[in-house]
Design a binder for this molecule. Sequence first.
Ligand SMILES: Nc1ncnc2c1ncn2[C@@H]1O[C@H](COP(=O)(O)OP(=O)(O)OP(=O)(O)O)[C@@H](O)[C@H]1O
Ligand SMILES: [Mg+2]
Length: 418
Amino acid sequence: MTAGLRGARTGRVLVVEPMSSGAALLAAAHDLGLETVVLSHDRDDRRLPDELRKDIDTLVVLDTNDEAALVEAAVEVAREQPLSGVLPGFEFYVPAAARVAARLGLPGLPVESVAAVRDKALMRRRVEAAGLRVPRYASLGSAAELDGAAAVVGYPCVLKPTDSAGSIHVSRADTPTELHAAYRRLSEDRRLDLGRRLDGRALLEEYLDGPEFSVEGYVAAGRVTVVAVTRKFLGPEPYFVELGHVTQADLAPAERRAVEEYVAAVVAALQVTVGPFHCELRLSGGEPVLIELGARLGGDRIPDLVEIATGVPLAHLAVAAHTGTDLRDVPSGAPRAKYAGIHFFTAPSRTPYGTVHGLDRLRARPEVLEVEVETAPGRPVPPAQDFRGRVGHVLYSTDSYAEALELRRTIDLGVTFE
Ligand SMILES: Nc1ncnc2c1ncn2[C@@H]1O[C@H](COP(=O)(O)OP(=O)(O)OP(=O)(O)O)[C@@H](O)[C@H]1O
Ligand SMILES: [Mg+2]
């Protein structure tokens, strides 16, 4: 989206498994005059999309879940020709990218503390130790520990895997029966996500009541910059399927300040010393409380929403921060609209569905920028319990927050699956 500095390439950047928003790092690197090297498994659910291949100058295929092999491959790449930076293309590869950066003397997260941005129990402990509010929590590794954990946390509570993503097996429990059933579903699920299986380790947390937000920003030259605060909309509990986002959120100035200060303190507590961050929190009793922080770009096209609503290109800034590029060399554009949003479709109780109605009418609306249905008619639709239950999306921009909310309602009523 951003006008670039194309010309002779003057460095090369390594990206590990670019997917979701991480895919945008490659075009951003090209814009900044950098060559791209990608390490990827390039098969199954880690297969690179064909449209991404034009942004890859060198591809090294290996099992990226084998971290020792990954680090060795990256060192070999750098031996052939030096690298200017290394970035994780997805949440799971944040620790590996940090270890590669440390081995090669490149900007990266401190190896000693990087586990805390992947392990949610460790994350809670670090943030709590810094004197910041977090939900009450307890770690567990088996069904026998559930009642003890619930005695610490109380009901209602939220059960989640310690280091997964995409809201997989994150659910609310109001009673011991619901809690045991939720843990059974989690521990019996043998499905792989990017080649990884859940291992039964989980976190039980106090249920935080209140609106949810994500905060996008980056750290460069020791400075934390918050770029945007996004309001998140969720599906019906006990699950927490993200059904939409609107950037910027409608926070009062004092709330926005409190959120920014809290997030800057979380970033410091977790020693996120360089690169992008995506912090999820709820305002509970009016106070910000951490859900989690990822040391990466937010998913769900949030960087695109941020660029539409602020002009700030987060993927470019991420590459710049990780390559030590002067941020003044990253061109920011003007905002294209005051607010930008994304809305996800689910097709509840229609699996598979035969037809979808209302998309053409939606496409004709001036606010609508993009409409896509990813799960085709006739294909099985997973239950709307995590990100896999979303069958498509609408991207839009509006002049006011109220119009964004109104459009969400229009989409909900106007698009039907049968
Ligand atoms: N303690 C809590 N209280 C209330 N809601 C919670 C709590 N923990 C998690 N949630 C809800 O569940 C969602 C997913 O939780 P979390 O972010 O920890 O898991 P995840 O698998 O990393 O999700 P994702 O990758 O989709 O962000 C949160 O965005 C929030 O809506
Ligand atoms: Mg999350």
